[in-house]
Design a protein around this ligand. Structure first.
Ligand SMILES: [Zn+2]
Length: 211
């Protein structure tokens, strides 16, 4: 019995150390490795990356606050986000809306890729009653009322908000979402809005702003 117990203990010890090594290796893997500078200077795919059309003449503004949206139609991690963005622009500039360009200044795909939208110094567009003059519009692609926010998308949103706060001198205190400015929408969807409500996004951005 005693020797059986000892060999069991030895086995458990080996198992625990094997798990420990696996955790360590995972922690050091490339997916987890982000330098401070990468975290606050995220890679932004330029307009050419989604084959953007030239904008029409537009109204200029200086952004003073960040407003978060979701795009509102379902998009999976495996879907072609660049194509989706191109379609949003084509629809928005068409006879339905007659917008100057894609409505948002930045767009974030479910896989976390950040895309450049319209010129930051032009007023964005909205389908509701609020006036987006002075708002820097960031949208997360997908329907985040129905879909969970993919972790990569949430991480990119936090990095992009920190980047925009720094680059355009926008106070983090003014960070809000579409539904905070409009009674006509649930945008950015309850699954994303919870991270604004509970202060998670703000707290994570704050950590990046001191880097
Ligand atoms: Zn919205």
């Amino acid at each position: 019995m005693v020797s059986a117990q000892i060999s069991y203990l030895l086995f458990m010890k080996k198992l625990v150390s094997a798990i420990g090594i696996a955790v360590l290796l995972y922690g050091c893997g490339p997916a987890k490795k982000t330098t401070a500078s990468e975290a606050v200077n995220p890679v932004i795919v330029p307009r050419s990356g989604w084959n953007a059309a030239e904008p029409k003449p537009y109204k200029s503004h200086v952004p003073v606050q960040i407003t978060i949206h979701h795009e509102g139609t379902k998009l999976e991690v495996t879907d072609d986000a660049a194509r989706k963005i191109k379609n949003i622009q084509t629809w928005g500039m068409g006879k339905d809306r007659n917008w100057a360009d894609i409505p948002y200044h930045f767009l974030i795909a479910p896989d976390g890729t950040i895309y450049e939208g319209r010129n930051v110094f032009t007023v964005g567009e909205t389908a509701t009653e609020y006036d987006p003059t002075g708002h820097l519009l960031i949208t997360c692609l997908g329907n985040l009322e129905q879909q969970e926010v993919p972790p990569a998308q949430l991480t990119s949103l936090i990095r992009l908000v920190a980047y925009c706060c720094k680059k355009y001198n926008l106070p983090l205190e003014t960070l809000a979402s579409h539904r905070d400015h409009s009674l006509q929408t649930t945008c950015p969807g309850k699954n994303l809005y919870q991270y604004l409500q509970n202060g998670y996004i703000r707290a994570e951005v704050k950590k990046l702003l001191v880097l």
